[in-house]
Design a protein around this ligand. Structure first.
Ligand SMILES: [Zn+2]
Ligand SMILES: [Zn+2]
Length: 242
């Protein structure tokens, strides 16, 4: 288990399971917010680190989405900490097993019913997601139908879940993603809009000034798509000739 100081008020806790899995603890005025819960065996380390942070008790849990590597510790955490758990309203039926995640044949309950609350929305007519403490949630579908990232505006850190992945400080497209184009669009839109100082992803860690990487990344993906289209065209014309 590795603990990393991100900023004055944010730390990450991670394990390596062939890929890294990160969760984040954020010191707030009234206590601590946990973003994602990782796998259940991470729970005691998470709670120990919250104690060590000396910023008060765990107050709430925010979830980026309902995949098992993000909600795996929830049940154990709630056994000793009766705190509200928030997730985007669109994600809840998938997490609770009423709907099958896109690309999956069967619905599966990753979270017991009755534990999740929809992220509150603001009163305005656009119904934007309301800030919770220092974190502002943003809806970023693609990796999952209700995927949400959390932005620490004051410290300019984006806690990005699986919206994108990273490798050695570079953004890479999110793996295990049924709609990679939508995920990429969500990612580049929010990074250009917020221009965070750093992005923290669940699988891959830190990316500094991620918006500055987008042009290169998009160009690379475009070239890969074009190469694939050329290959397909060649295959098709060969088929026609035979
Ligand atoms: Zn995921
Ligand atoms: Zn994940």
């Amino acid at each position: 288990m590795a603990v990393k100081v991100i900023t004055d008020s944010i730390k990450s806790i991670s394990v390596w399971m062939g890929i890294s899995i990160h969760v984040w603890i954020v010191a707030e005025e009234d206590g601590v917010t946990l973003v994602d819960t990782g796998l259940s065996f991470m729970t005691s380390s998470i709670l120990k680190e919250i104690d060590r942070m000396n910023a008060g008790p765990l107050k709430r849990i925010l979830l980026t989405h309902g995949h098992s590597d993000h909600v795996g510790g929830l049940k154990k955490l709630l056994r000793t900490h009766d705190v509200p758990v928030y997730m985007h309203a669109k994600e809840i039926p998938y997490a609770e097993g009423d709907l099958a995640y896109p690309g999956k044949e069967r619905a599966y309950a990753h979270v017991e019913k009755g534990l999740l609350q929809p992220l509150p929305v603001t009163a305005g007519k656009n119904g934007e997601l309301a800030a919770i403490g220092a974190l502002i949630p943003y809806f970023t579908p693609g990796h999952s139908p209700g995927h949400t990232v959390y932005y620490h505006d004051k410290e300019r850190v984006l806690l990005a879940g699986d919206m994108l992945n990273a490798k050695s400080g570079r953004i890479i497209p999110a793996r295990f993603t049924p709609d990679p184009e939508m995920a990429m669009r969500s990612g580049s839109d929010i990074l250009r809009r917020l221009d965070p100082e750093r992005m923290e992803v669940c699988h891959g860690g830190t990316v500094f000034r991620p918006a500055g990487q987008l042009d290169d990344l998009e160009e690379g993906l475009k070239q890969a798509r074009e190469a694939e289209a050329r290959l397909q065209a060649r295959k098709d014309s060969k088929k026609r000739r035979h």
